[in-house]
Design a binder for this molecule. Structure first.
Ligand code: 9MR
Length: 381
């Protein structure tokens, strides 16, 4: 990535009427942004929702243009949205998302091609509602991937090809893709994506990557793709983190284990929940939810100072780790722009007030933003 110097010299002519209009030159420095400060390290991205890429949420759009260099769609490219029925695609939202990225010169990642969740049920069954054969599912998977990837060829620069296929113990998730096709569905998905756009980068993306079992399972799975001579460019470590989980040392072990495979590492879906978690703030499985209880929503009107300070310190530790491995990390992407947007307000407990992102509900930068910017300057090569 090329270095972008942030200093803009503004020439201001100041006319003092009483002193006979003498001219004075004033130099001002534009405030650093995340995008400018991190330009020589990694892309800094955010997930976009529909109100943002369609131009409705103007306050977010201002921040996206000013602060971020990369985008990923939070929901509009999931297969249930884009391919609701066999033979019928709906690219309405996805096209607008991609147009937004191109118009604003942002690095665009597609999310996601093959995932057990948010997948339309028709994909797996025949007219009688019975599971289709292995051959039929492979053919349907190929049609889906080919249509979506080729539509955005040259525009989307990287795809989350397979999402969340390995469980925390390292075994394969028993999704329909797995039970009908077997392990082979993963290398096949990468192969189909590569055939549709030979230049696009291809990623595997998953949560709870700091768990030893998942780390080992993902390493073995990625090795098996590589041994077949099939292209894989990167591993996305979803950063749905909490105040306790994960231990940063374990996250670091996974980061270095993945980088040792010779692929890029991306920190994807980053957010830091400050709320109590019924399941020990592990994971990001949207299917696991818990009923609302008042004591699970302790900060509806704002964070106490000491809690905010602890949150900032924890986020800062993670960014220090990302700076340490800036030669291995190509992108760090937040899962949303400001706190009001975050899925964490509704998961794992619906209707809470969380503070998981870098900008607050009034679209103002939190102290962590300036910390990231100032520390980025200390950690250049
Ligand atoms: O943030 C997304 C939320 O708005 C959706 O309701 C949900 C289901 O589609 O997906 C959320 O994003 C998930 C991402 O696509 C994959 N990793 C876990 C994320 C959080 O559940």
């Amino acid at each position: 990535m090329k270095t972008i110097k942030n200093t803009i010299l503004a020439m201001a002519l100041v006319c003092f009427a009483l002193s006979g209009c003498s001219k004075t030159t004033v130099e001002t420095e534009a405030p650093a942004t995340l995008k400018s400060a991190l330009a020589d390290k990694f892309y800094i991205g955010t997930a976009l929702n529909q109100a943002q890429f369609t131009g409705v949420d103007t306050a977010s759009i201002r921040l996206i243009k000013e602060q971020f260099s990369a985008i990923v769609p939070e929901n509009c490219m999931k297969s249930e949205v884009i391919h609701p029925e066999e033979g019928r695609f709906d690219f309405t939202q996805a096209d607008r998302f991609v147009d937004f990225g191109e118009a604003n010169n942002l690095f665009i990642t597609g999310h996601c091609l093959i995932w057990h969740s948010q997948t339309p049920q028709w994909l797996f069954v025949d007219e009688q509602g019975k599971d289709v054969s292995r051959e039929v599912l492979i053919e349907r998977m190929k049609n889906h991937i080919t249509a979506v990837v080729s539509r955005y060829k040259g525009k989307i620069k990287g795809w989350d090809v397979v999402n969340e296929a390995i469980l925390d113990d390292g075994s394969y998730r028993e999704s329909k893709f797995y039970t009908i096709i077997g392990e082979e569905f993963i290398p096949l998905a990468f192969q189909f994506a590569h055939e549709a756009d030979p230049d696009v980068e291809l990623y595997y993306n998953d949560y709870s990557m700091a768990n030893e079992g998942k780390r080992n399972g993902v390493v073995a799975m990625v090795k098996s793709i590589q041994e077949k001579g099939i292209r894989i460019d990167g591993i996305g470590m979803q950063g749905h983190i909490g105040m306790q989980y994960p231990a940063i040392e374990e996250f670091e072990k996974s980061l270095t284990a993945f980088a040792a495979l010779g692929v890029n590492v991306m920190i994807t879906e980053l957010d830091l929940t400050v709320l109590p978690s019924p399941q020990g703030d592990v994971g990001a499985d949207v299917a696991q939810t818990v009923k609302y209880q008042q004591e699970m929503n302790p900060y509806p009107d704002g964070l106490p100072k000491e809690v905010e300070a602890a949150w900032t310190a924890r986020f800062n530790e993670f960014f220090k780790l990302f700076f340490k491995y800036q030669d291995k990390i190509t992108r760090v992407t937040l899962w949303g722009v400001s706190d009001g947007d975050s899925w964490k307000n509704d998961w794992p407990v619906f209707g809470r007030t969380d503070y998981a992102l870098l900008f607050d509900r009034n679209y103002q930068p939190k102290p962590i933003v300036n910390l990231i910017i100032s520390e980025s300057e200390l950690t250049g090569f």
